[in-house]
Design a protein around this ligand. Structure first.
Ligand SMILES: NC(=O)c1ccc[n+]([C@@H]2O[C@H](COP(=O)([O-])OP(=O)(O)OC[C@H]3O[C@@H](n4cnc5c(N)ncnc54)[C@H](O)[C@@H]3O)[C@@H](O)[C@H]2O)c1
Length: 275
């Protein structure tokens, strides 16, 4: 029993969560801190990151800090990683949780703006490239590290269009003036992350750095009831995910328990992709 606990222990590790102020990211930050790691929460708004770091530290007593990072700004990303290398002297884990919903995000495919496509790919996938490149500069010389790229079921399978039937523009909780859907740009960016993880796993495996994907299924966030019902009916476990459903998988992939796992896509989707 005590052996099982030890292999999930992250004490002494420094873990950076990019997109760490988001719905899933902030829950993972707390779970990773609870497992003993020093957690750095990076997101666009430094005030929000610092506030969140303080709130989690107050609640669980861990060591957390917040920092600003816009993953589409190369110079800023380079500077942020160099800064944390100087300040902490190590980086043991990187979790990449970023996703963008720029203007035009929910437009139908035949009207999809090029600029929106470009921004989604640049943020979801291009930002992961930049963060991995800079994390590698800290992890490779140390001969160890774990990178976790948060993908999606839509990087694995196509969206079942039937679950969006009955969705309305007015009822789209994410705004944007169009009904809820999964844009092709999102699917392409998430499929790209899975390929990037495999590529880096092979490239960096000999140096002791592991790279994996964590694939969440859809989280219930107050979406329209027709969508919610259709999603639940399509899911073997009979419900949408909670924001905390991915905490265990994130801690696992960062820990010694996953020491022999690299290039894998760990799917946590209630069975969505099982049929
Ligand atoms: N929520 C779901 O249903 C679901 C399902 C499958 C996969 N995912 C994936 O999980 C991850 C987290 O999702 P979430 O629900 O927490 O989303 P979220 O929108 O709450 O979090 C995403 C975070 O990324 C940040 N971000 C956006 N652009 C950025 C930029 N340029 N630089 C830095 N940060 C930026 C946002 O500020 C936000 O905090 C995403 O990669 C998403 O694709 C989510």
């Amino acid at each position: 029993m005590s052996e099982a606990r030890d292999i999930f222990d992250l004490s002494g590790r420094v873990v950076l969560i990019v997109g760490g102020a988001g719905g899933i990211g902030r829950r993972m930050a707390a779970a990773i801190a609870r497992a003993g790691a020093q957690v750095l929460i990076a997101d666009q708004d430094s005030g929000r990151c610092q506030e969140l770091a303080r709130a989690i530290a107050d609640e669980i007593g861990g060591r957390l800090a917040g920092l600003a990072m816009d993953v589409t700004q190369e110079a800023g990303v380079v500077q942020a990683f160099a800064g944390l290398g100087q300040e902490y002297g190590r980086l043991d884990g990187l979790v990449y949780n970023v996703m963008a919903k720029p203007s035009g995000y929910y437009r139908p495919f035949d009207q999809y703006p090029w600029e929106t496509w470009r921004r989604v790919l640049e943020t979801n996938l291009g930002g992961a490239f930049l963060c991995c490149r800079e994390a590698g500069k800290l992890m490779l010389p140390a001969g160890q590290g774990s990178v976790v790229l948060t993908a999606s079921v839509y990087g694995v399978v196509a969206p079942d269009q039937r679950i969006y039937e009955g969705s309305t523009s007015a009822g789209n909780i994410y705004g944007g003036g169009d009904p809820l859907s999964c844009p092709a740009a999102y699917s392409a960016s998430k499929g790209g992350l899975i390929a990037l993880a495999r590529h880096l796993a092979a490239l960096w495996g000999p140096a002791g750095v592991r790279v994996n994907c964590l694939t969440p299924g859809g989280v219930y966030d107050g979406q329209e009831e027709a969508f919610h019902q259709a999603y639940q009916a399509r899911t073997p476990l009979g419900r949408m995910a909670a924001f905390t459903d991915f905490d265990g998988a994130a801690v696992f992939l960062l820990s010694e328990a996953a020491a022999y796992m690299t290039g894998v896509n760990l799917v946590v989707d209630g069975g969505w992709t099982a049929w």
